[in-house]
Design a protein around this ligand. Structure first.
Ligand code: GLA
Length: 363
């Protein structure tokens, strides 16, 4: 789709402000950073969990609205079960049975999702306090978050130094660059779990989606990949041409039923390690469009199936089923147990790197 950069609204100078946010049970204080690109977009990020708290994007008339799900204050994000806006690690998505073998060791991680390990375990990176530094380069503003995940944390091997840089660019993109290094071999799979709703409707079923994926990884009843790489052709997982998210979500399809909708890893057509377009989303009423680019080989498309109205978020809004969607750039779930998936094992001396860009525009 031809994307035109959003109209310049509320022009202000680019910059980053830091304000106190709230206190954790430990007594530690958190901060809230506001990134402005002088071009309408404003992103608020806290160093608790690296959470993207809000992101305002203009519609086709230049009216700004917050397009991400979350809470009005820190308290809501604490214990953040649906992982709103957060950095996910050490391993995004699931590891079957919380077990994997590396070298001559059997590792047993906590199981926090049925019998499986999900999103880094009981206390993943989404629940940690990160240290921060800010950088301004011309009109681009960056918040750099750092976290040392110590050897044995959540039973993972190795001290892992992690850096996540959020840059708001002058062309209305939120760029996320992840870096990590370790002193022992360990699985690493980082992502961001922001839920988007580009419109003002209660759900995202009318959003139109295009995925640059010819195959996906079907899952078993516990949402662990079966190991199959299945072509999307002739299935409700075929988003190679742009279509409504809701068009086939209720089809009589075993995979959709297992996840209660879409909650699957799509195998991106681009070359892993090279930045390529992964997805495009368009919300017709507002005219807002989102393009996702990544260097990762996979993209988890989650249609917010587990949201059930019990979470009351911003402006006392109850987040109902499918009120937001996630596009999580990642390596495939359960890769440590599936040797034919691209490896997620980081070795000492090597650098983990990934870049994902959420680019906003109007059509
Ligand atoms: C991911 C998982 C989902 C669910 C959500 C958070 O997208 O794949 O199954 O856990 O996170 O609720």
């Amino acid at each position: 789709m031809a994307i035109r950069t959003a109209p310049a609204v509320g022009r202000r100078d680019p910059g980053i402000d830091k304000t106190p946010y709230g206190m954790l049970a430990s007594g530690e204080r958190t901060d809230l950073f506001t990134l402005r690109n002088g071009n309408g977009i404003e992103v608020k990020i806290t160093n608790y969990g690296g959470i993207v708290v809000s992101l305002t994007a203009p519609d086709r008339h230049g009216d700004l609205a917050d397009v991400v799900l979350g809470f009005d204050s820190l308290d809501g994000f604490i214990g953040n079960r649906p992982y709103f806006g957060a950095v996910i690690g050490r391993y995004a998505n699931r590891i079957a049975g919380g077990r994997f073998i590396l070298g001559n060791h059997n590792y047993t991680l906590s199981t926090n999702d049925g019998g499986n390990h999900l999103h880094g375990g009981l206390r993943g990176f989404d629940k940690e306090l990160w240290s921060t530094r800010t950088v301004r380069r011309k009109a681009d503003v960056t918040l750099v978050l750092r976290y040392l995940s110590v050897d044995g944390e959540e039973s993972y091997p190795g001290n892992l130094e992690v850096e996540v840089a959020y840059t708001l660019t002058r062309d209305n993109a939120l760029k996320i660059e992840y870096r990590a290094s370790t002193d022992q071999p360990t699985p690493v799979n980082l992502t961001n779990h922001t839920y988007f709703n580009l419109g003002s409707g209660p759900d995202i079923l009318d959003h139109e989606l295009k995925l640059y994926a010819d195959r996906f990884t079907p899952v078993d009843a516990g949402l662990i990949p079966t190991g199959e790489l299945r072509p999307v052709g002739g299935t409700p997982f075929d988003f190679r041409t742009q279509g409504r998210i809701g068009a086939r979500i209720a089809d009589d399809d075993e995979q959709l039923k297992r996840a209660g909708g879409y909650d699957h890893n799509f195998i991106l057509a681009g070359q892993a390690g090279r930045l390529g377009v992964a997805a495009e989303v368009y919300e017709r009423k507002s005219g807002r469009a989102l393009r996702v680019l990544t260097t990762e080989p996979g993209l988890q498309f989650y249609s917010g199936n587990f949201l059930d109205g019990s979470i009351v978020g911003k402006n006392r809004k109850a987040y109902g089923r499918r009120s937001g969607f996630c596009l999580e750039a990642q390596h495939f779930p359960d890769s440590p147990n599936q040797p034919h998936f691209p490896s997620t094992i980081l070795m000492p001396g090597a650098k983990y790197r990934q870049t994902t860009i959420y680019q906003f525009a109007t059509l």
